[in-house]
Ligand binder design. Sequence first.
Ligand SMILES: NC(=O)c1ccc[n+]([C@@H]2O[C@H](COP(=O)([O-])OP(=O)(O)OC[C@H]3O[C@@H](n4cnc5c(N)ncnc54)[C@H](OP(=O)(O)O)[C@@H]3O)[C@@H](O)[C@H]2O)c1
Length: 296
Amino acid sequence: MSKTYDTIPPRAVAFIGLGVMGYPMAGHLARAGHRVSVYNRSAAKAQAWVAEHGGASAPTPAAAAAGAELVFCCVGNDDDLRAVTLGEAGAFAGMAPGAIFVDHTTASAEVARELHATAAARGLPFVDAPVSGGQAGAVNGVLTVMCGGDEAPFEAMKPVAMAFARAVTRIGDSGAGQLAKMVNQIAIAGLVQGLAEAIAFGQHAGLDMPRVLDVIGKGAAQSWQMDNRGKTMVEGKFDFGFAVDWMRKDLGLVLDEGRRNGARLPVTALVDQFYAELQALGGQRWDTSSLIKRLR
Ligand SMILES: NC(=O)c1ccc[n+]([C@@H]2O[C@H](COP(=O)([O-])OP(=O)(O)OC[C@H]3O[C@@H](n4cnc5c(N)ncnc54)[C@H](OP(=O)(O)O)[C@@H]3O)[C@@H](O)[C@H]2O)c1
């Protein structure tokens, strides 16, 4: 898919964390015409990115962030986010007052609020902006971005982030983006288990499952998971996609938050344990649709 970019004035931006998601997201920023400075912990990925897209690579998050109007980030978890933002080499130390930090990591609402406050003390707006849409969404520049933070920095980052997104939406104050992502993961967890049970049932019954999915995918059972994962679940292919380890991290964030806010999450807690079983089977990097493996 080739993405068409809105014409906006080119900006000086930084991108920290060139993983499965960050590498293509930063690539869209470069293709949209922005001047991109990148940082990645393993320098080889940053060198490969610069060789492909131009721009510059820096030895620390602080050095990448120096001179950037917007600093984007997509690392693993809360601790990784603290590691790239705080301290002498962290991004906050390199940013000029008024520069905006946009975090695309799926992390806790608590760390978002903590870093929002730390950044504010330095005159730096912080927007939590987790994404949905997976690796394909990042590669094709069609991610959905859910944001928490103040309105003015959100309005400033939105047209730039549209380079790798189809929707960038402010949900509410700091932490609200991460909470919305948790809603997303709760909705997916139970659905994938239901889909796994449906496909395994059909296979036990001896049905032609590609045909069944084709039919029921046009009715009320249709879902993104059925459209994008049904065929590979039938075939038993899981060596791609959104890793079980990442889902367990996300469901851990969800269950912690549920304990705080009193929400009841019985199915989510159960599916989290099913994913723990998959990890024990060696499925840490399998796609989350591998839940069906437990049923065969
Ligand atoms: N993959 C998906 O489908 C997907 C979808 C939606 C949301 N997400 C979320 O997006 C985030 C990134 O996912 P991903 O799939 O891109 O992960 P990934 O491929 O493992 O990349 C993680 C990136 O963070 C860097 N990093 C991790 N810990 C660090 C630390 N302590 N200091 C500095 N850099 C560090 C890694 O650097 P190195 O290269 O040196 O390891 C790498 O660039 C996660 O929060 C994930 O839950 C992922």
